[in-house]
Structure formats: structure tokens, C-alpha cells
Design a protein around this ligand. Structure first.
Ligand code: SAM
Ligand code: SF4
Ligand code: SF4
Length: 418
């Protein structure tokens, strides 16, 4: 028989009432402790964290959803458009690069932003553009990244890199990863994608970077319908080399990118089959797929893709910063996804302000289509937002999903496609 506290007389009743009165502060204290522990695990520094936690609305909000700390955590990864200026005019360019923006941040402003990112626990800065090397002070900004204790990742078209000035600069900077775009597996295909004759120069540069001892040298291929047919040639080209082959899909959005260049779902299915064949039968190719190749495949040959995929981190531990200070959850997305501007609002405030990044942080409540009925939705959060928006116009609906394709194939085999 269970004894209820009230059965034990007035003393027990008082204890029960005291327990009830204390339960809210105890819960809050426990949540605060948990948040502190999460913050520590996540590498937050005490100062900014305490300032953040001192705001009761933040504490309540985080306490209520303490298990989803990712949505309130620091921004370890920042993708940074150093400048929008570019020496090329690639047709697929999502960032519409060409001319510098009229209002690009000054060096002093960049320094302040970098310090804010670091204070928020930032660990990695990825330089993209435009062409980052066209910023007159790119090397100085890159050096600050290291001085502030963060990792530098540099993405470049490579055409300004193989010089007596830049190669030694790179050796001093020691980026964690250097990615060089290689969108064609031969001179003609490269020219078709990038509008210039650069294939030979980029291949030579990639080899030089490996020879210079850089730890991670990636050839970055972005697939559109134009260069899909190059897949096998890329495999032959890069097999046996130290160069990692990083592949991704071009998402829509840029003004030059024609929507009929976006790979279809059938193209994607074929591409996935090629990835599978390469992983199984061409171990000499250091193939790495980006986050637009997922998610939770049934096929054991593809299983390792996204084994550690814990959902899209845009707006939760990744942000994109444009060269004019606009902040987005992810730089793959267009103007309608700008959350705030660093010149008007300091980054810590943007990061913790309830109104920013809600579409990412509360994405689960807005899933649609196949993602809305998917058993993995809580973890996956509809995969890559750039692809989801290109395919369906909606962040929470992503038909470019290997699991979804596999499920459809199984259902078709049962129903005979009816
Ligand atoms: C925007 S560029 C900036 C760095 C440099 N200018 C370059 O081309 O490598 C960074 C990477 O994004 C890729 N990219 C361009 N347009 C894209 C799109 N629509 N979708 C996905 N990636 C894209 C480029 O091919 C390149 O590998
Ligand atoms: S993809 Fe890179 S190189 Fe091509 S136009 Fe865009 S920023 Fe310039
Ligand atoms: S259906 Fe959507 S939520 Fe499910 S695994 Fe695929 S992309 Fe992720």
C-alpha cells in the first residue's frame, strides 16, 4: 500500500506544500545548471554566456527546450563572404559574384566581428566570396583568424593563388583546409562551367598545394546539369591522388543560375548510384560528399554518409556573414533569409535574440511533404536548406533525400509502381 503525505498529518502536509512551493525554483535552478553544463561542453566563454543567461527570457526559453541546446548554442562555424568581388562570372554562382558590394565592411569592422565570433565560442571561419583573394587585406584577416585561435578554411577558384607571393603566404597561414573549385574534369568542361580556360592551372595548383604539405587539399566540384556527365572522368582524374574530391549540388538562387540547370531528382538518383559505385569500387578516390547528399540511407554502402549527421546546423551552430555584414543562417540562401546586419546589431545580440534564426530553430514545427511524415525528421530536420528551398521553395521539405528515394523504390517494388 502506498502512503500519501497527507495521511501522515499536518507536518507532512506542510512538507508537501513547501515542496510544491520550491518545485519551480528547483526546476529553474536545475535547468540553469544544465544550461551552464551545456554551455561549458559547447565551449562558451563565461563572460558572454553569463550576459546571455542574465536575461531571464533566454533562460526560460532555453530551460523549456534544454534538450535542444544546439539551437541556443554557440556558432562554431562561420561561412564568411570576404568580398563579393570576383574575377569570374560562373553561370551557377549562387552569390552573384562579380563586383564588390558598395558597402563592404572595413578592416576595423571585420576585426570587431571576428572578436565577437570568437567570444561566442566560434571555432572555424570559412572564407568564401566572391573570390576571397581579391580582398586587398585577405591575408591579414586570415592571419587574425589564427591569432584568435580559430581554424581557417579557404575556398577559392585558385586562379590567383599559384604565385610567388601567395603560396608562401598560405604556408605561413596553414589553413586547416584549402578548397579549390574544379567544376570540370577536362579543359572544355571547366571552360563551359567557369567561362575561362583554367583547368590546367587549377590541376597544377592542387598538386602544388599537396606538395607544399597542406594537410587538407580539396578539389570542390559543384554539379549542375551541365557537368553531371563528368562524374566518371573526375573519378579517373583524381584516383590515387592526395587531393580530396568534395562534391556538392548547385542550388538555385543566384541571378545567373538558370533553374533548368538544377539537377533533377532523377539526376540526383543517378549521382547517388555513382557515388555508391565509387565508394565501393574505387577506394583510391578520396571522395567526400557535402551535406546535400543524405540522409539516413538504408543501403549499407552509403550508410556512412551522415553517420554523424545530426541535422542541418544552419542558424543553430552555423551562420553565414556577407561582406556587407548581413547575417544569414546559411550563405546558400537568398536575400529573403537575411536575419540582421552586423553594423546595426552586434553579433551576440543577433545570436541570442529570440526573433533571429527562428525559421531554422523551429523548423521541426514547419516540416512539409515527405519530411513531415519521416521517422528521422527530428534528427534530420529536412537536410540541406539550400537544396530544400531550390526544390520545393520550403526549408522543411526536401525530396533530394536518399532515404526517401529508397523508400519509394521499395514501395514501387511492392505495388508494381501503381
Ligand atoms: C561561391 S564560391 C566562392 C569561392 C571561389 N570564388 C570559388 O569559386 O571557389 C564557393 C563555392 O561555392 C560553389 N558554388 C557556386 N554557386 C553555387 C551554387 N549555386 N550552389 C552550390 N555551390 C555553389 C562554387 O563552385 C565554389 O566551389
Ligand atoms: S563561383 Fe566563385 S569564381 Fe565563380 S563567380 Fe562565383 S564566386 Fe566567382
Ligand atoms: S525525408 Fe526529409 S527529414 Fe526524412 S531523412 Fe529525408 S530529408 Fe531528412
Amino acid at each position: 500500500m502506498r502512503v500519501r503525505p497527507d495521511d501522515l498529518g499536518p507536518l507532512a502536509g506542510a512538507a508537501r506544500r513547501a515542496g510544491q512551493a520550491l518545485s519551480t525554483p528547483i526546476t529553474l535552478a536545475r535547468q540553469a545548471g544544465l544550461i551552464g553544463a551545456y554551455a561549458r561542453l559547447a565551449g562558451w566563454r563565461a563572460g558572454p554566456f553569463l550576459r546571455w543567461a542574465a536575461r531571464w527570457d533566454n533562460l526560460f526559453q532555453a530551460g523549456a527546450g534544454a534538450t535542444r541546446i544546439g539551437c541556443f548554442g554557440p556558432a562554431p562555424h562561420v561561412v564568411w563572404e570576404v568580398t563579393q568581388r570576383c574575377n569570374l562570372r560562373c553561370a551557377h554562382c549562387a552569390s552573384n559574384s562579380g563586383k564588390a558590394r558598395d558597402d563592404e565592411l572595413s578592416l576595423a569592422q571585420w576585426r570587431k566581428v571576428l572578436e565577437e565570433i570568437r567570444a561566442l565560442g566560434g571555432e572555424e571561419i570559412q572564407f568564401i566570396g566572391g573570390e576571397p583573394l581579391l580582398h586587398p587585406d585577405w591575408a591579414e584577416i586570415a592571419a587574425w583568424v589564427g591569432e584568435l585561435g580559430m581554424r581557417l578554411v579557404l575556398l577559392s577558384n585558385g586562379l590567383l593563388m599559384n604565385t610567388e607571393e601567395v603560396l608562401p603566404q598560405l604556408k605561413r597561414l596553414r589553413p586547416h583546409l584549402i578548397g579549390i573549385s574544379l567544376d570540370g574534369a577536362c579543359a572544355a568542361s571547366y571552360q563551359q562551367m567557369r567561362g575561362v580556360d583554367g583547368f590546367g592551372a587549377v590541376m597544377q595548383l592542387l598538386q602544388q598545394l599537396v606538395a607544399d604539405g597542406h594537410p587538407n587539399v580539396n578539389a570542390v566540384t559543384t554539379f549542375t546539369r551541365t557537368n553531371l556527365g563528368d562524374f566518371d572522368r573526375f573519378v579517373d582524374l583524381l584516383e590515387g591522388s592526395e587531393i580530396t574530391w568534395q562534391i556538392q549540388l548547385a542550388h538555385g538562387g543566384g541571378v545567373r543560375f538558370q533553374s533548368d540547370e538544377f539537377v533533377t531528382r532523377d539526376d540526383f538518383r543517378r549521382l547517388v548510384a555513382k557515388v555508391r559505385e565509387t565508394l565501393l569500387h574505387r577506394p583510391g578516390v578520396k571522395l567526400r560528399t557535402m551535406d546535400d547528399f543524405g540522409y539516413f540511407p538504408l543501403d549499407p554502402a552509403l550508410r556512412f554518409l551522415h553517420q554523424t549527421w545530426s541535422g542541418c546546423i544552419a542558424g543553430s551552430s552555423l551562420i553565414g556573414v556577407r561582406s556587407n555584414g548581413d547575417v544569414l543562417g546559411c550563405l546558400s540562401l537568398g536575400d529573403s533569409f537575411v536575419e540582421a546586419n552586423l553594423l546595426r546589431t552586434p553579433l551576440p545580440e543577433i545570436w541570442t535574440k529570440g526573433s533571429c534564426f527562428r525559421r531554422f530553430r523551429e523548423k521541426l514545427q514547419t516540416l512539409r511533404g515527405i519530411c513531415a511524415v519521416c521517422a528521422f525528421a527530428t534528427e534530420c530536420r529536412a537536410g540541406c536548406p539550400g537544396i530544400a528551398v531550390s526544390a520545393t521553395g520550403h526549408l522543411g521539405d526536401n525530396p533530394y533525400c536518399i532515404r526517401a528515394l529508397e523508400t519509394e523504390a521499395i514501395l514501387d517494388s511492392i505495388t508494381g509502381g501503381k
